[in-house]
Design a protein around this ligand. Structure first.
Ligand code: OOG
Ligand code: NI
Length: 445
């Protein structure tokens, strides 16, 4: 169902935003070249290669606790759980977010589709009259079809779907995220909400939480960045995240500018306005970092300062990141990244090495593979937000801890991404150290 959902979302977005289709073509071409260049022993594991073509993340923004809570229940049906809490108010964006994604390694390998989901923080609208108007609009709207709601309850009551219901559910859910060229407010209210923050208008003024981008994964983001303008796609100037390295870490992203889409306001017969919210993005994923690695990453990114002049920033970034080890073995030894350990087929440990992970690695009985970062980067996300929201003066929002309120709306706590990587790594180690070479069956879960 998750795969069908991801495919249907992609087909819908391709139709709504043609540049997205062009971007997919560029990425497919670049990935094919990169895979060819990296054949041999350092090649990507097959499972990684296979999911590359289907890999996407998307982003949506909702307006109320009820909407977020229902989405949590619906995405659970697709095997997607809320992972991580991202407070975007620190970047002047009045939302907080989580990423719905599969969490088990087998599920990620099968289809890793993720949706970055933001909840509007109405309390950050300063003007009480405007805040009240926005709240009333959001209360009055229903973003889900009756069928989607009914099927959700049915699934929860029965614990499953037959094929026909599964198909119907996916079809109904996808419709929730389509674009509506019709605003539910007057042009005047749209303007006032837009002045409060462009994102407030984007969430409040439409019948539903339209998908605002879908992001394919590339193996060479610098090549994609270079190709984009040649294909008539206006790319943003800098790539967000770490610089180009031999060993990619975390996440690098770039995007193309939001489209100006015609909108018909409440009082209009024909579309006239232009709403800019939907854009395109591409990303390259690297190794997941431990808290220690992440602290080093954050520290270095802070040292690089603000990205004013793109060329100078790139050079500065490369320079400060020389302090981050750029080979897998050092990253592993220093505990900066997460690894999945596995026995090499056929290799037998000597008695001396048994039970000692480092000795097994040295003896070539066990191998360590970097684990891919499956999550997001708030700093990077904020950069993407900013670049697409224009250069309006940043509003300073109180960075009060809103996480508890977010989790109440969600209806559960968000999962800790570090704990997920950590437990996957630990399980792989237990399996390698299991009695004389044979992985223990009970460790598979
Ligand atoms: C979400 C932006 C975050 C990413 O890749 O970091 C995101 C949004 O614009 O709604 O998608
Ligand atoms: Ni994104």
């Amino acid at each position: 169902m998750r795969e069908a959902f991801a495919q249907a979302m992609s087909a819908m977005y391709r139709e709504e935003v043609p540049q997205y289709g062009a971007l997919l073509d560029i990425v497919a071409q670049v990935n094919e070249q990169a895979l060819r260049a990296a054949e041999g022993p350092s090649a990507m594991p097959r499972a990684e290669r296979e999911r590359l073509g289907v890999e996407r993340h998307g982003a949506i923004r909702v307006g109320s606790a009820r909407e977020l809570g229902l989405l949590r229940r619906m995405f659970a049906i697709l095997g997607m759980r809320p992972v991580g809490y991202y407070d975007l108010s620190v970047a002047g964006v009045p939302v907080h977010s989580t990423a719905f994604r599969p969490i088990r390694p087998e599920a990620l390998a099968r289809n890793p589709f993720r949706l970055f989901t933001s909840l509007l923080r109405l309390e950050l609208i300063q003007d009480p009259v405007l805040r009240e108007l926005a709240a009333r609009r959001l209360e009055a709207r229903e973003i889900f079809s009756p069928e989607a709601l009914r099927l959700t309850e049915e699934f929860e009551a029965r614990g499953g779907f037959d094929a026909a219901r599964a198909e119907a559910f996916v079809r109904e859910l996808v419709q929730t995220f389509r674009w509506h060229a019709r605003a539910t407010v007057s042009a005047d209210l749209y303007r006032r909400l837009h002045e409060a923050h462009r994102l407030v208008a984007d969430v409040v003024c439409f019948p539903g939480p339209h998908i605002n981008h879908l992001t394919p994964r590339t193996l060479d983001i610098d090549a994609v960045q270079e190709q984009m303008p040649r294909r008539g796609i206006a790319a943003k100037e800098i790539i967000e995240g770490p610089p180009r390295r031999k060993v990619p870490i975390l996440l690098r992203q770039t995007s193309f500018k939001a489209l100006a889409e015609a909108v018909r306001f409440e009082e209009d017969g024909a579309p006239r306005g232009a709403h800019t919210a939907r854009f395109g993005e591409v990303e390259q994923r690297g190794i997941a970092l431990t808290p220690k690695g992440r602290a080093l990453y954050d520290h270095l990114l802070g040292q690089a300062g603000a990205p004013s002049d793109p060329r100078a920033y790139e050079a500065r970034l490369r320079q400060v990141f020389q302090a981050f080890p750029d080979d897998l073995e050092t990253i592993r030894r220093q505990g900066l990244g997460y690894f999945e350990y596995s026995r090499l087929p056929g290799a037998q440990p000597t008695d001396a090495a048994a039970g000692d992970l480092e000795a097994l690695l040295a003896a070539g009985v066990v191998q360590a593979r970097p684990m891919v970062y499956e999550d997001f980067l708030p700093v990077s996300a904020a950069g993407i937000f900013q670049s697409n929201l224009g250069d309006a003066a940043r509003q300073a929002y109180a960075a009060a801890d809103a996480r508890a309120a977010f989790e109440r709306a969600l209806g559960c706590e968000v999962l800790d991404e570090f704990a997920l990587y950590e437990s996957q790594q630990a399980a792989s180690i237990r399996q390698c150290l299991g009695a004389h070479g044979e992985p223990r069956a009970q460790d598979h879960g």
